[in-house]
Design a protein around this ligand. Structure first.
Ligand SMILES: [Zn+2]
Length: 680
């Protein structure tokens, strides 16, 4: 009998991983055992003498490797949200082994023959829509992994996959180290000049956590550095902090990512060519809604032109504002947020410090929950005393309108040195119905600056939007109603997956939601109507900047994956030259510079895929119009269609078809341009 808690049956509430018993050293054995078990299962499916049918091949594969999935999800959720040196060491060791394990299965000839045979007979197998979709996904997954290649091709593909897994792990770990190594300790009054109370409170808390009691610390977490850049009147410190933020992954020494990036790009390019594609972007996009690099560039360019023009106009206003202050320098990247805040105050009489007391984390969580209740009828109940992986993690049970269990939602909201930067949704378990109804366990991870002990945590409006965004992904996972894990929840095309999340953001900007949940953290008063009006009126403020920093990242991600000999480039010089070509304004940097572009280089999730946010935005901007046209942002009939065709459908339907089924027509780009303030 094993005593390894990862390998025993989980008798915890809701079968959550037994976090209180799991120790890092349990993972190695658990991975070895679970991989061996998964391999035995897939080998048995491949070797059976029965003719292939959907049940003994596709459904059987869906049922296989269950323990490995549980162990891996537990592990990778921990290495993202609460890692340590032991876990990082195991991660470096296990990443290539898992890649190898996966290649062994995907390159198993007998298995592929069975899948290909079913694929060839698909019209005559009497499959329902969902079975047919799952068969298609399997066939494509094997093909795209190299199953159809000769022996040499297959073994090279397997080598490439292993090496890429190692490189992706190193890339992330380097960024995390650069981020946790840096702190700006504010020692004097002059260092703290201009900083509002909310930021000082959060900086004092960050200092306490880092052993600088009584001082103030600014970190490279977005929730810390962005407000610092917005408010600090100390230009020298703004420059220092900005440069540290911008240089992640680019510092001299062990954590420099340049060679990892060029090797990654070269291996991706080689893999794409082995699989018969001209370049990695063409390979990657073949399995998306966008389909081709040209379609992606076309969309991005349509947005880039008006955005860059607007950004230049914004910059002029910032320069004028600086000149009014008697500052005669040009606007640099570390000045943008500072002067932008001043211009916003002048144009809209709106400043972040006035807004922030009304945006409490707890109320915004309630706002996100309440929106889901009004749209989809689900309710949320917080549970205490459930062992979790970190004391900050909160657990909520999700119930359907009749009080039945839908799933579990974990919220992990605060920044800490053991967490990678950014915000994301992930799952410990996906919804499926292979062995009865299996309920999802979904987690949202954020990096908000924590309020002082016993005090409310206050968000910026951007933070609140991030919370709604990730909760939209969360609902996509929680409301999933499919049979097979392969197409569960967010397992959809990469450029469709941001639709449920970005669409959800729209409700946050509605007076009906804000006026109810934006309450002052001390007095409990509702946000005054004029402040609310000003906030909404300023919605498009600085959109030139925001669109430019995003679109530049998306364009460069695309170009990097079109390169023919990427191993020969000098990353810093390449980035500079490419930005020059598209006319990037000097005072704006990419939202994610290449050396720390985790979407693209920590694994290949969003590689040649960062455009996906914009692709999905064409749909989300257009989709929200359905509620507006119905005259009610919670219109029941529209919400029902949204649930049926999008939030519960997972990857079962074709994305274009399902969008049309929801909206009654294909999306138009007009709504996006209008939303960003680029069209009348
Ligand atoms: Zn997202």
């Amino acid at each position: 009998m094993t005593t390894n808690p990862l390998l025993t049956d989980w008798t915890t509430p809701f079968e959550l991983p037994p976090f209180d018993k799991i120790k890092p050293e349990h993972f190695e054995e658990a991975f070895e055992t679970a991989m061996a078990e998964a391999k035995a299962e897939s080998d048995a499916i491949a070797k059976q003498s029965d003719r292939p049918d959907f049940g003994n091949t596709i459904a059987a594969l869906e049922k296989s490797g269950e323990r490995l999935t549980k162990v891996a999800r537990t592990f990778f959720n921990l290495t993202s949200a609460d890692t340590n040196e032991t876990l990082q060491q195991i991660e470096r060791d296990i990443a290539p082994k898992l890649a190898r394990h996966s290649s062994d299965m995907l390159l198993n000839e007998k298995l592929f023959e069975r899948i290909a045979e079913l694929w060839n007979q698909r019209e005559t197998l009497g499959l329902n829509t969902e079975d047919a979709k799952v068969l298609e996904r399997y066939h494509m997954m094997f093909q795209r992994a190299g199953a159809g290649l000769d022996e040499n091709g297959k073994s090279r593909i397997a080598e490439i996959s292993q090496r890429l897994a190692t490189l992706g792990t190193q890339f992330s770990q380097n960024i995390l180290r650069d981020e946790s190594d840096y702190q700006l300790v504010l020692e004097t009054e002059e260092d703290r000049a201009g900083l509002p109370d909310f930021l000082l409170t959060a900086a004092a808390e960050a200092a306490r956590e880092r052993g600088h009691d009584g001082k103030h610390v600014i970190t490279l977490s977005r929730s810390s550095i962005e407000p610092f850049l917005q408010f600090s009147t100390n230009r020298r410190l703004r420059e220092e902090a900005f440069n540290a933020w911008s240089a992640r992954g680019e510092l001299e020494g062990e954590t420099n990512n340049a060679r990892i990036i060029t090797e990654t790009l070269a291996l991706r390019s080689e893999k794409a060519k082995l699989l018969g594609f001209e370049n990695f972007a063409a390979f990657k996009l073949d399995d998306t809604m966008a389909k081709t690099p040209d379609n992606v560039r076309d969309l991005l360019t349509k947005v880039w032109e008006p955005a860059a023009a607007q950004a230049r106009a914004e910059e002029q206003k910032l320069s004028k504002m600086a000149a009014n202050d008697g500052e005669n320098h040009t606007i640099e990247a570390w000045d943008w947020r500072f002067y932008s805040e001043k211009v916003r105050k002048e144009e809209h009489d709106l400043d972040e410090t006035e807004l922030k007391p009304y945006l409490q984390l707890d109320s915004m969580i309630q706002a996100a929950f309440d929106t889901a209740t009004r749209l989809f009828g689900v309710t949320f109940r917080e549970l205490d005393d459930i062992p979790v992986y970190h004391p900050d993690v909160r657990v909520f049970e999700v119930l359907d309108p009749s009080g039945q269990h839908v799933g579990l939602f974990l919220g992990d909201y605060f920044a800490r040195p053991s967490k990678r930067s950014g915000a994301w949704m992930s799952g410990f378990r996906s919804q499926h119905k292979l062995n009865g109804n299996v309920a999802p366990i979904i987690v949202n991870v954020m990096n908000f600056s924590k309020g002082a002990p016993g005090e409310a945590t206050l968000l910026t409006f951007d933070d609140a939007r991030t919370l709604f965004h990730e909760f939209g992904h969360g609902l996509h996972g929680l409301l999933s109603d499919v049979t097979y894990p392969m197409i569960s929840g967010t397992s959809v095309a990469r450029d469709f997956v941001e639709l449920p999340s970005q669409l959800y953001e729209h409700w946050l900007s509605e007076p009906e939601v804000l006026s109810k949940f934006a309450t002052h953290y001390k007095t409990g008063d509702k946000m005054p109507t004029d402040l609310l009006d000003k906030l909404l009126a300023a919605a498009n403020f600085n959109q030139g900047f925001a669109t430019v920093e995003y679109t530049a990242s998306a364009l460069i991600d695309l170009e990097l994956h079109l390169l023919d000999s990427p191993d020969e480039i000098d990353i810093a010089a390449y980035e500079k030259a490419e930005l020059g070509k598209i006319g990037m304004p000097n005072a704006i940097t990419m939202r994610h510079r290449i050396p720390h572009f985790q979407h693209v280089f920590s694994g290949d999730g969003y590689s040649a895929g960062y455009y996906s946010y914009m692709w999905s935005e064409v749909m989300d901007a257009d989709a929200f119009g359905a509620f507006k046209e119905a005259g009610d942002i919670f219109d029941e009939e529209t919400a029902d269609r949204l649930l049926t065709h999008i939030y519960s459908a997972g990857g079962r339907p074709d994305p274009e078809e399902t969008y049309k089924a929801f909206r009654g027509r294909a999306p138009k780009i007009d709504a996006l341009l209008k939303k960003r303030g680029f069209a009348a």
